[in-house]
Design a protein around this ligand. Sequence first.
Ligand code: ZN
Ligand code: ZN
Length: 813
Amino acid sequence: MTDAAGRRELPKTYDPQAVEGPTYQRWLEMGAFRADAASQRPHFSIALPPPNVTGSLHIGHALDHTFQDYLARMHRMRGHEVLWLPGMDHAGIATQNVVERELAKQGKTRFDLGREAFVERVWAWKAESGGRILGQMQRLGDSVDWSRERFTMDEGLSRAVREVFVSLYEQGLLYRGQRIINWCPRCLTALSDIEVEHEEVPGELAYLRYPLADGSGALVVATSRAETMLGDTGVAVHPDDPRYRDMIGRTVRLPLVDREIPVVADAAVDREFGTGAVKVTPAHDPNDYEIAQRHGLEAVNILTEEAVVNANGGRFEGLDRYAAREAVEQALAAEGLLEKVTEAPHAVGHCYRCKTEVEPRLSLQWFVATKPLAAEAMEAVRSGQTRFEPARYARTFFTWMEGIRDWCVSRQLWWGHRIPAWYCPNGHVTVARQDPSACAECGATELRQDDDVLDTWFSSGLWPFSTLGWPDDTEDLRAFYPTSVLVTGYDIIFFWVARMMMFGCHFQPAAPFRVVAIHGMVRDAQGKKMSKSFGNVIDPLELMDRYGTDALRFALYDAYDPAEAARLLHSFAWSELADWAVELAKPRLAAGGEDARRAGAVLAYALDVTMRLLHPVMPFVTEELGRVLRDVDTITLGPWPVERPEDLDEAAEADMADLQEVIAAVRRFRAEHGVPPSRHPRLTIVPVGDHQAELLRAEGDSVRRLARLETVAVGPPSLGGGPTAKVLAAGAELHLPLAGMIDLDEELARLEREREALDAEARRAEAKLANADFVAKAPAAVVDKTRARLAEVEAARTKVVQRIQEVTATAGG
Ligand SMILES: [Zn+2]
Ligand SMILES: [Zn+2]
């Protein structure tokens, strides 16, 4: 809207929709968010935690992003060279699942398409439907540098991934080994320890009888998974357990399978569990695997990738693990070898993606030896190079890092960074930066690349430096690494923060962040963490449509501490700007002339400062107000208001404080004594000193209006005008005639009525308590309640009587 002179005019109500889109577009056109690595200004950088390519904005992101945007905008206005770098994560399992679900609708699996076609299909999906969240980020107002947008699978980042993989391999920090890993029989992939969610489930403990091979007796072992006995290759007892001392070194005959297996002594056996003798199933339990390693026991895998019994399970082949459990127990019972089955709930791991029960599985996987990397990361936090905010999260970080185990990084997926390892027919492994044409050891040219891809957190762990051009030595890397702050939720300290710390500290001269700011999770009314899988996600876009983006941003903040800033600014805008500055300016503006011009200038200045302070919190409305009211091109590039301007008039500031104190004192008195707004008493002020007298005379009319008074006199109190209240404020004495303020007769009548009501209630309670029947027969709780109520009534009555005496004294005095 423009007026006759072509100036933009402010509509009466603010329409966020009409303002936000065009404003953001204008910022992009002026390059407001583009960072200049060559700039001499102090640098401030944030790497946006890359949202999943499958993702869309939920309220948790809105919180995350608003927090980061607040920091970016504030630093930009303060004259920093700000880089807030956006991008997306390819999100291995999550994305593959989305595309597989689409295929399933057509009755197909990824195997029908084959690897190459499937991966092409995922890229096509990404081009079409992926990255919806980026548009939503624009909507939210994120001041990110779109010219530097990255994707974890783009060419540069893929090169960084390969460089890190090969370097770690060369340094002996990455290896391929047989390990028991967490396997999801539905997703058909390995999972890292932290991708497994443990949950208590109802379960059982089955006691199985294993006859000694020489027929001289039997051993009883307890297990929650009877079907795994098909893969037993030993029985273990504690070396110091007197019950089994004679058994060590003997052999038992494994029922159903008819395999002879040894009894071994191992200190890892828990004597308290079950019977103290445990079955050893190396291929299906990580602890058993370790026992087997120590005693040279064979590992027999009895399950397929889908957790169905395989040929090693003999007649149970083809049954899934749950059906097999029942069948094995029945078969043992039929042979009289099932001692008993008791109920025993226990914690079971579930796939964090699909909630299927995880199956421990022995397989050949790639691992990162994390201990040395974790030590470097912990040192960076201990030395203060990286600080957690709030500080208590450093403990969470240390707890996890101290207990860290080697990280299984291979995933049996097709979508992701394919592992750069090649195998020759002679069993050699070649790990290389460039695709090799021959085996590095024997020169064989028939090479097969590893089928697996890397854990998606492997590439996101490099995010703070891979996005800046590493492994090349780039201007961006030198200018913006280490980043100033990482803003994220505590739920991914393990998944992500820890990995970035390990990789950053190991591959760069410094840790990746100066500050790690952790905010609370957004929780719904039931206190549940909000996430897509819980179906309780509030759609922030809906809120934005209803209230405008600024309102969403302004609400919703957490520690470190934009919330506090928002609260202070809110109270400043209302109590200082609206209540005082505008109110005091009104009569001056109405008067016209020089007074009006000066008042106008002061208000405009105050408004300008307020808009700028509010801008990082509410960018759209402040930009619009700044442009319309102050006729500036933009306020997003600063400057930030100076804290105490050099030409600040300190005397005027002190005068203003006096004035506010006087008005506030009268208001407080009125509130405390219930003076109705319609009563306008006369105020006499006895000032302290000539300067204050002059000030109060000059501003008497403002005091009168703002404190709702009839007149304001400055000088000695008038004598003989009836009872007055004396209030002290700013060193001055304020005299208020009571008679004019409170209708004493009305107040007395009201108080008498209140006393009568209390008297009546007290009498009723007393009568009840005097009734022996009531006291004897009513439940004790009811009697107690009556006594407590009587005490309350008596206390209230005492107060009313006191007040009656005060008012009577005033009326009479
Ligand atoms: Zn799964
Ligand atoms: Zn070879």
